[in-house]
Design a protein around this ligand. Structure first.
Ligand code: SAH
Ligand code: SF4
Ligand code: F3S
Length: 472
């Protein structure tokens, strides 16, 4: 049967990977050397996962991974646009690529990811960075092989951006960054439209993958040596909405935990508005689920939360934290906080500081509010002046850093399970791993431990990480 008869987009793309491979082979003969690729990710875990898929396509087409842009034949920037500094980083790097392209005219420069879903950005790239060969977006990244074949065959620049899709293309290759752990998309897009956030505009509407597809992907990964999976979605707590099957995130977690050989399950991100008691029960009862939850707060002020369209109050949020801590005393709770949302006052920031004190976060990412064109918050007239944002930001940063340092200390002297992730960067006689709470631990050990889970006594707390000693 030909691939057309089988009829799925995934199979069609596998055919394009074969075509691309033929092109790569021809070029290899011409140049008498291998062709190399480099994929750089600018965004969140979801973008990381997309990059693994893009890399998988390039690997299967015969490209070899390059460690530097200097000797790459194809460079891919998978971009992020959640805050303005993410955009600026990409533009900065693009300028530098011009020089590489001048040196090596057959170099292909590709841009994809969230930034490319914005018309103004694509226009700017087209005008100011003519050395870019291929631009595609978040909705059609499964077409990467096809687009590359078209670029190579036509010699033209290609811009292909889709506004939306309801398609989820399964079974494409992926090149994992780690052998022993992997991210898994359980859903794509976002329907929440928090008033500051660009993600729903660049990632489209929320769609969940079928549970059977998720479970079989994890089974395959486990067979291939993966011990830990991170289930990914912008709001994993709403997993299952819109699917024909009747399934909640908690039920999906239960089924994932049944997979033999899989040892650890993480997930990200949980929106507090949809966090159910059932989820807390499942987290508590399923041993494989890591005792860590990332629960973005954004603000502690009810007024700001309501303006942000977050659909919870400070009280409701703290109620969830209390339940989580009561159910799992060892849990680590981390968060995201935005400082400087339009209209935010000193008193509003005091409310955020109060939540930090009461929630006792093990860690937090603090962001200065960044105006994203097209979002409701961007058109507000009461934007907070930059100097005020800086001062308030420092107050919040100090509070979360003090809290995190204080909280880490409680694990000193405890023996915890650590997944060893690699040989220590600085001292090759040591390895580095993570506890369930996501704390980094360095301890004496050799390369053979990488990828295994072992008991480690946390002997010394170094602020945000630990030194330890392997037990047994
Ligand atoms: N879906 C996740 C967040 C994804 S974006 C959630 O709802 O929790 C990651 C973080 O970036 C957000 O939690 C928020 O803190 C931050 N962020 C998003 N838009 C931002 C903006 N315009 N300015 C500053 N920070 C922003
Ligand atoms: Fe953005 Fe809100 Fe969706 Fe998170 S839930 S991606 S913050 S709109
Ligand atoms: Fe950035 Fe897109 Fe993720 S905007 S945070 S890479 S979903």
């Amino acid at each position: 049967m030909s691939s057309e008869n089988k009829g799925t987009e995934g199979l069609r793309q596998l055919e394009y990977i074969k075509k691309l491979k033929n092109i790569v082979n021809e070029k290899k003969k011409e140049l008498s050397r291998d062709l190399k690729y480099m994929v750089t990710t600018f965004g969140c875990q979801m973008n990381e996962r997309d990059s693994e898929k893009l890399s998988g396509i390039l690997r299967d087409a015969g490209f070899i991974r390059s460690e530097s842009e200097e000797d790459a034949d194809i460079i891919v920037y998978n971009t992020c646009t959640v805050r303005d500094n993410a955009d600026q980083r990409v533009f900065g790097r693009l300028g530098v690529l011009k020089r590489l392209k001048d040196k090596n005219p057959s170099l292909l420069i590709c841009l994809c990811g969230c930034m490319m879903q914005e018309d103004l950005i694509v226009e700017k790239v087209r005008k100011s960075y003519p050395h870019v060969d291929l631009i595609f977006g978040t909705h059609n990244n499964f077409k990467f092989a096809e687009l590359l074949v078209n670029v190579y065959e036509s010699g033209d620049k290609i811009i292909d951006i889709w506004k939306e899709t309801d398609e989820i293309v399964e079974d494409l290759p992926s090149e994992r960054k780690f052998k022993f752990k992997s991210g898994i998309n359980i859903m794509f897009g976002c329907n929440n439209f928090c008033s500051y956030c660009i993600v729903p505009y660049v990632r489209g509407r929320e769609r969940s993958r079928k549970s059977e597809d998720i479970l079989s992907e994890i089974e395959r990964l486990t067979y291939d040596g993966v011990k830990e999976v991170m289930l990914l979605g912008q709001n994993v707590n709403s997993y299952g909405r819109g699917l024909e099957e009747d399934i909640t995130f908690s039920e999906l977690l239960r089924r994932v935990c049944r997979i033999d050989g899989l040892e650890r399950v993480r997930f990200m991100t949980s929106h507090p508005k949809d966090l159910s008691d059932e989820l807390i029960e499942v987290m508590k009862n399923e041993e494989k689920i890591c005792k860590h939850i990332h629960l973005p707060l954004q603000s502690g002020s009810d007024k700001v939360l309501s303006d942000m369209n977050r659909h919870y109050s400070k009280e409701k949020y703290l109620g969830i934290v209390k339940k989580l801590r009561e159910a799992m005393p060892d849990i680590a709770i981390t968060t995201d906080i935005i400082v400087g949302y339009p209209g935010e006052t000193h008193e509003d920031v005091n409310e955020t500081l109060d939540v930090i004190e009461v929630a006792q976060y093990e860690g937090a990412f603090t962001f200065e509010y960044s105006k994203r064109t097209g979002t409701p918050a961007a058109s507000r007239e009461d934007q907070v002046p930059e100097d005020v944002v800086k001062t308030e930001f420092d107050r919040v940063l100090k509070a979360v850093q003090n809290m995190a340092a204080k909280k880490a200390g409680r694990f000193t002297g405890r023996t915890l399970k650590v997944l060893v992730e690699g040989v220590n960067d600085r001292d090759p006689s040591m390895v580095t791993g993570r506890t369930e709470q996501n704390y980094v631990v360095h301890f004496k050990g050799d390369r053979s431990l990488v990828g295994s889970i072992t008991e480690v006594e946390l002997t010394e707390c170094m602020g945000f990480y630990f030194l330890g000693r392997q037990i047994g």
